[in-house]
Design a protein around this ligand. Sequence first.
Ligand SMILES: Cc1cc2nc3c(=O)[nH]c(=O)nc-3n(C[C@H](O)[C@H](O)[C@H](O)COP(=O)(O)OP(=O)(O)OC[C@H]3O[C@@H](n4cnc5c(N)ncnc54)[C@H](O)[C@@H]3O)c2cc1C
Length: 391
Amino acid sequence: MSTTRTQVAVIGAGPAGLLLSWSLRAAGIDSVVIENRSLEHILGRIRAGILEQCSVEELTRLGLGDGIAEHGLTHHGIHLQFDGQRHHVDFHALIGRTVTVYGQQAVVADLVRAHREAGSEIVFEASDVSLHELTTDAPRVRYVAGGAETELTADFVVGADGFHGVSRPSIPGLTTYQRGYPYAWLGILADVAPSTDELIYCLHERGFAMHSMRSPEVSRLYLQVPNDERIENWPDARIWDELQTRLGVPGWTLHEGPITDKSITPMRSFVSARLRHGRLFLAGDAGHIVPPTGAKGLNAAIADVTLLARGLADHYAGDDGRLEAYESEALGRQWKVQQFSQWMTELLHRAPADDDSAEFQYRSQLGRLAYVTGSRHAMESLAEQYSGLPL
Ligand SMILES: Cc1cc2nc3c(=O)[nH]c(=O)nc-3n(C[C@H](O)[C@H](O)[C@H](O)COP(=O)(O)OP(=O)(O)OC[C@H]3O[C@@H](n4cnc5c(N)ncnc54)[C@H](O)[C@@H]3O)c2cc1C
């Protein structure tokens, strides 16, 4: 077994791990990123698509803003649709803030490019990744890559390995808080220009639908489906029919095009009670996940990394205050994100028909949507949370 050393061992080359390693590099701190999938796999993963204003500012501050400036689509608000009517909530007019449509895939590609040019050490296709001696001042990570076993000793280990990674399970006796939802999202990518200027979030009596986009040429659309739905039941024509039914309003046309990707994603809210165990810190989906309705998953990962990078930079400068505060600060922020994601989800999805209170809930949701779109205070609150809490 070969042995090696770094200052910070980062598990996972998703947006959280890649961004943390990049931030540390900017602060003059060495790190090694260990990823169990291939480079092609992480570049091909289609996930989130909305960046909060703070996320854009942070990526830009770190020299990662060129792609966003060139290809990102700045949105001043969202459309909320219910009862056959569409209402625009103008974040910029309400609170002077915006969000940017820029795919997670592009964020990851920008990070990979930057790391490559800088010569960062990223180990892809590492298997048997395991964490050891986390409560000592020399934690270790063991892994196998290219047939050889390596032991990496570090000052700190950061678990940025997503919901299914090895880091969170390495914390003994961990309490977690979670809830599921009785529905899932069927998402498609289609080669057709978006039929809307800004995202449409729609509550229809047949269920939630959403029109988003990835670029001026590529649309991303979603339908609420039952939890146990199978993608085989949804040929392309059925998807477009259902989208037309749920999203349609008089005088507006939903343009259809070839579907290039379709999948069903379940929804879950999850928070780990701890984001620290000795010298291990958790960041991003390793520590928490949200249903996608509020567009918060990627942004929460960026927020964690921003807080953690500040703490680690201070530590190496001799001040442990912000590193000690990381867990409580990140969790405090995360619970605000959780309640917003839960609120957006329950506002816009139809309870299953076998729920006794489904009809009551639907009418109550319509009342809530009418209140939100009719009250400046409520719209400001939505705008503030959707465009992102300050970092
Ligand atoms: C299908 C899907 C759709 C989504 N859609 C949206 C959306 O529309 N809007 C939104 O805001 N959010 C969405 N999200 C959430 C968002 O994509 C995540 O919050 C974001 O990816 C979090 O980044 P991360 O780096 O923390 O975790 P991840 O992106 O999961 O990255 C973790 C990395 O760790 C690696 N890894 C895992 N196990 C190990 C191991 N044992 N050893 C080494 N490496 C390991 C993984 O391969 C991965 O590269 C979606 C998530 C999924 C799964």
